[in-house]
Design a protein around this ligand. Structure first.
Ligand code: K2U
Ligand code: ZN
Length: 173
């Protein structure tokens, strides 16, 4: 188990369309463990493999938000949206790769997703509310898309400049 470094935008590794996971093996199970540990440590409610610089089509999430709730960790390998609702919802999104920046993003309110689980079984589930927003946000990461790509160019540029400044300050230590 290890906590991995989370890439900060702008970074070309966050813009890549990542490769499917060929087989679910112990390396993938170890990666899922590291991703969940990294997500809970952030803290976050979702994390996609490219955010920790791993070129693998997989994501983890646990949107059981309140602290008392029993954790509901999910690992989705090679996820695909197979149905989206006509209804849309707006959520004030953030991103662990774009710290402290939030903006309203509109997405389908409900999505049906199919994926392979850690036992190599095909699973399908319909997500609503925050789970729907989160799973779409994470699947976007696997296609090199960030929530700021849904914003107007000026707003996106402003956020990117803030992140470039943050990275310069982090580099100075
Ligand atoms: O992918 C990520 O960077 C983790 C995202 C997942 C997420 C973004 C927007 C809306 C839902 C999920 C977040 O940074 S996790 C932090 C967080 C925590 C509670 C509510 C929203 C976002
Ligand atoms: Zn994100």
């Amino acid at each position: 188990m290890s906590i991995r470094n989370i890439l900060i935008h702008p970074d070309p590794r966050l813009k890549k369309i990542v490769a499917p996971v060929p087989t679910v093996n112990d390396d993938i199970r170890q990666l899922a463990d590291d991703m969940l540990e990294t997500m809970y440590d952030a803290p976050g409610i979702g994390l996609a493999a490219p955010q920790i610089a791993v070129n693998a089509r997989m994501l983890v999430m646990d949107c059981a938000k309140d602290a008392e709730a029993t954790p509901e960790p999910m690992v989705l390998i090679n996820p695909q949206v197979i149905w989206s609702s006509v209804e849309r919802s707006v959520y004030d999104e953030g991103c662990l790769s774009i710290p402290d920046q939030y903006a309203e993003v509109e997405r389908p309110a409900s999505v049906k997703v199919s994926w392979t689980d850690l036992d190599g079984r095909e699973v399908q589930e319909t997500f609503d509310d925050l789970w729907a927003t989160c799973v779409q946000h994470e699947i976007d990461h696997l296609d090199g898309k960030l929530f700021i790509d849904y914003l107007k160019p000026l707003k996106r540029q402003m956020i990117t400049r803030k992140m470039q400044k943050l990275k310069r300050e982090m580099a100075r230590g």
